[in-house]
Design a protein around this ligand. Structure first.
Ligand code: BGC
Length: 469
C-alpha cells in the first residue's frame, strides 16, 4: 500500500487547519460540560423541585436519553446536510435547551430542556471527530481528532469548577447558563469555517472541494487527494450498505469499542466520584471535592499525553497499555474496598483507593477515551461514514445509560468491591478484543483505510503507515 496515497507530500500545516480543528473541538466542551454539570446542580434541583430518588435519577439521566436520540438523528444529518451544518444545528439546539433549563419552573419543563441538550450532545459527540478527521492531514489526524476528547475532559473540569463556584449560593440555573458560552463560540466559529472537502465531493461540489483542499493543505497540487476522494464517493451510500460484508468487521470494531468504552465503568467515576470517595472514607465535603477535582485534572493531563502520543506510538499501543492500566487499577480499587477502604481517616487502604481511582482515570484517558472516538472517525467508508459512526455512537450512549442507571444498584448487590472487579473483568475482555480485532490506522489516509476494508481484509492486517513517510 502506498503511504499518503493522493495527499500532497508537504501538506497539512496551514494555520487554517489548526483554527478549524480548534473551533470544531469546542464541541467537546459542550459534551464534557453538560455531562459534568449535573453532578453539582442535582443537589439543588432535587431540593427546589422536591424530587424523589427515582425522579432524581430521571433528571440526571434525561440528557443520556437525548444523546441517544441525537446520535440517531446525527447519522442522517451528517450525511445529508453535511458535517459543518450539523454542528451548527447541534449548537443551536444546545442553546435552546440551555434556555429552557434555565427558566424551568418545574421538572417537566426541565426535562424537555435536558433532552434537547442531550440531542445536541449526541449529534456533536461524533460529528465533531468526523469533521476533524476529514480535514486533518493523515500524519497528524490522531492528535487533531483527539483534541475533541481533550476538550471533553476540559469541559468536565470546568463544569466541576462552575458547580463549585455557584454551590455556595445554590444557583443551579447559573451553572447551566454557563454552558451557553462554548455553544455561542461554536456557532460563530463554524459559520466562518468551511465544509469538509470529503462531504463536498460526495455532494458533487468538486470545485469547492478543490478550493477547500488547497486552503487546508496550503498547496495548489491537490488533484491526487481529490481523485482518491472521488473514487470512494463513486459508491453511493445508503443504510443498507451498512450490511455489506466488507462492513462487518469495521462495524464489529466500532460497536465493540463503543460498548467496552462504557462497560469498563468510566462514567461511574465521572458522575459519581464524590460518592465513591465517600465510600472510601473521605467523608468531609472538602476532601471529596478536592479528590473529584483531582480526577478532573488527571483526566485532562493524561489526555494531553494521548494527543501527543497517538500519531507516534499509534492507536493500538495506547489502547493496550491504557486498558491494561484500567484492569490493574480496577482490581486494586476493588481490593481497597474489600480489605479496608471504608476505614475512616488517613489509612493506607483509603489512600490506595484514591490513588487507584486516579490511575484508572489516567489509563482511560490515554487509551479508550480518545482512541474510541478517533477510530470510529477513521474506519468507515466515506459514503456511509456518518451513518456508521452514528450506529457506534448510539451504542456508546446506550451503554453509558445502562452503566449510569445500574451502578448504585450493582454496588448494593455485588458489594463495592464486586462492582469494580466486574468492570475489571470487562476490561480483560476489552484488552483481548483490541489485541485480536482493532486495526492500526496511524499515518494512513482515510482512503487507504477504506480500500483495505473494501478489499474484505481483516482489520489486524492494517498496520499503519511505514515510519519514513
Ligand atoms: C466518553 C464519555 C466520558 C468521557 C470522560 C468520553 O470519551 O465517551 O462517556 O464521560 O470520555 O472523559
Amino acid at each position: 500500500m502506498k503511504a499518503q496515497d493522493g495527499e500532497p507530500k508537504k501538506s497539512g500545516l496551514t494555520s487554517f487547519v489548526y483554527i478549524a480543528v480548534a473551533v470544531a473541538a469546542i464541541g467537546g466542551v459542550l459534551f464534557g460540560y453538560d455531562t459534568g454539570v449535573i453532578s453539582g446542580a442535582i443537589l439543588f434541583i432535587t431540593g427546589e423541585f422536591g424530587l424523589s430518588p427515582i425522579l432524581e435519577e430521571v433528571a440526571t439521566s434525561s440528557v443520556l436519553v437525548g444523546a441517544i436520540l441525537g446520535a440517531i438523528a446525527g447519522g442522517f444529518l451528517a450525511d445529508r446536510i453535511g458535517r459543518r451544518l450539523s454542528i451548527i444545528a447541534a449548537s443551536t439546539a444546545f442553546l435552546a435547551g440551555t434556555g429552557v433549563v434555565v427558566v424551568a419552573a418545574g421538572l417537566p419543563v426541565f426535562l424537555v430542556g435536558r433532552v434537547l441538550i442531550g440531542i445536541a450532545i449526541g449529534v456533536a459527540s461524533f460529528v465533531v471527530p468526523l469533521y476533524i478527521s476529514e480535514i486533518a492531514p493523515s500524519a497528524l489526524r490522531g492528535g487533531m481528532v483527539s483534541l475533541n476528547q481533550l476538550f471533553i475532559t476540559l469541559g468536565i473540569l470546568v463544569s466541576y469548577g462552575v458547580d463549585y463556584l455557584f454551590s455556595a449560593s445554590g444557583n443551579w440555573r447559573a451553572m447551566f447558563a454557563f454552558g451557553a458560552v462554548p455553544a455561542i463560540i461554536l456557532i460563530v466559529g463554524m459559520f466562518l469555517l468551511t465544509s469538509s472537502p470529503r462531504w463536498l465531493v460526495a455532494h458533487q461540489q468538486q470545485d469547492r472541494a478543490a478550493g477547500v483542499l488547497q486552503k487546508i493543505r496550503g498547496t495548489r497540487d491537490v488533484s491526487g487527494e481529490l481523485d482518491g476522494i472521488e473514487r470512494s464517493v463513486k459508491r453511493a451510500g445508503s443504510w443498507s450498505d451498512l450490511l455489506a460484508s466488507s462492513m462487518r468487521m469495521p462495524l464489529i470494531v466500532g460497536l465493540g469499542l463503543a460498548i467496552l468504552q462504557q462497560l469498563t465503568g468510566i462514567n461511574t467515576v465521572i458522575y459519581y466520584a464524590p460518592t465513591i470517595f465517600q465510600f472510601a472514607g473521605l467523608h468531609s465535603a472538602g476532601a471529596s471535592i478536592a479528590a473529584t477535582a483531582g480526577v478532573g485534572v488527571v483526566n485532562v493531563l493524561s489526555t494531553v499525553a494521548a494527543v501527543i502520543l497517538v500519531d507516534r506510538a499509534g492507536r493500538r499501543p495506547l489502547l493496550l497499555a491504557g486498558i491494561g492500566g484500567m484492569v490493574v487499577s480496577l482490581a486494586v480499587l476493588g481490593a481497597g474496598f474489600a480489605f479496608g477502604g471504608t476505614v475512616q481517616g488517613g489509612n493506607l487502604l483509603g489512600l490506595i483507593t484514591a490513588v487507584s481511582l486516579m490511575a484508572y482515570v489516567a489509563s482511560f484517558a490515554i487509551g479508550l477515551g480518545p482512541v474510541f472516538w478517533l477510530l470510529i472517525a477513521e474506519i468507515y467508508p466515506l459514503n456511509v461514514r456518518g451513518r456508521a459512526m452514528s450506529v457506534a455512537t448510539i451504542a456508546n450512549w446506550a451503554a453509558n445509560f445502562l452503566i449510569t442507571l445500574t451502578f448504585l444498584t450493582l454496588a448494593g448487590v455485588l458489594g463495592r468491591a464486586g462492582v469494580f472487579w466486574l468492570y475489571a473483568l470487562v476490561g480483560i475482555v476489552a484488552w483481548f478484543f483490541v489485541l485480536r480485532l482493532v486495526p492500526e490506522t496511524k499515518g494512513l489516509t482515510l482512503e487507504e483505510i477504506e480500500e483495505h476494508f473494501r478489499a474484505g481484509r481483516h482489520p489486524r492486517e492494517l498496520r499503519g503507515a511505514p515510519k519514513q513517510q
